[in-house]
Design a binder for this molecule. Sequence first.
Ligand SMILES: O=C(O)CCC(=O)C(=O)O
Ligand SMILES: [Fe+2]
Length: 286
Amino acid sequence: MTVIPRFAASAAAEDIAQALQTVGCVIIENLAPVELVDQILAEMAPYIDATPYGSEDFTGRTTKRTGALLARSRASVDLVAHPLILDITQKILGPHADTFQLHLTQIINIGPGGQAQGLHRDQWCFNMFPFPADMDVEVSTIWALDNFTEENGATRVIPNSLNDPPTAIEDNHRTVGATMPKGSVVIYTGRTIHGGGANQSTQIRRGLNVDYILGWLRQEENQYLSCPPEIARTLPEHVQKLAGYSLGSYALGYQDDIRDPFAVLNGYEAGSSFGGLDTAIPIVNK
Ligand SMILES: O=C(O)CCC(=O)C(=O)O
Ligand SMILES: [Fe+2]
């Protein structure tokens, strides 16, 4: 298959996860209301204005990357912790860890004239570690905050590239644009070869990148600094856990005298020991 499988917002998580596992990428159309997208853009506008352009080609010299969504945009919580996305992510990452967690939140605005980003795998952030060939450690999403088109720099993805050799990053001819209406989302895994598209339009292409990783890996965006405790405390509890205020496994991420960070954050007594995973699991259906 050389197209990105497409689903309606009403599709079952199981069907979407199966396509994601097989082809490595899927699009869910019109999953977020346009009004919600506009609210996120309004809440993030001052931070985007203040964000500098990238300083090298990979981050993009006409591209702005603005993060800390959980702390800066309350509306973004509905996308960062979208139940359908979390459900799909659990199906992909669940077999490899007790929990999964947020990896990064980032609005990616590719300005007019922006070059195509070099094709890559997102899991290469882990020092290019050679994870087992069929193991997914990361699920990545890009929400279209504008209509994504071939012209304005829709994310480019190589379907069926999960197990391709690294040299497949040269295969620009195999890429497919994740064209989709505003409010849609393209999902791919850490093994899927992809990159931001060239923006040949006169408008900025705005997307929201939210990635998730296994609970025992290091987060790309440091959530404890980007979304510090005084702000995290005001978020819904399952979002606190997703952000990383939870145990990543039996003994991962505890505070001082082996206390569960979720309990400490909220002033709870319970769960303050190793193995407090029952209070710490950010995973739906569990
Ligand atoms: O902006 C995009 O469409 C993709 C960005 C991306 O893949 C990345 O920065 O890792
Ligand atoms: Fe990427």
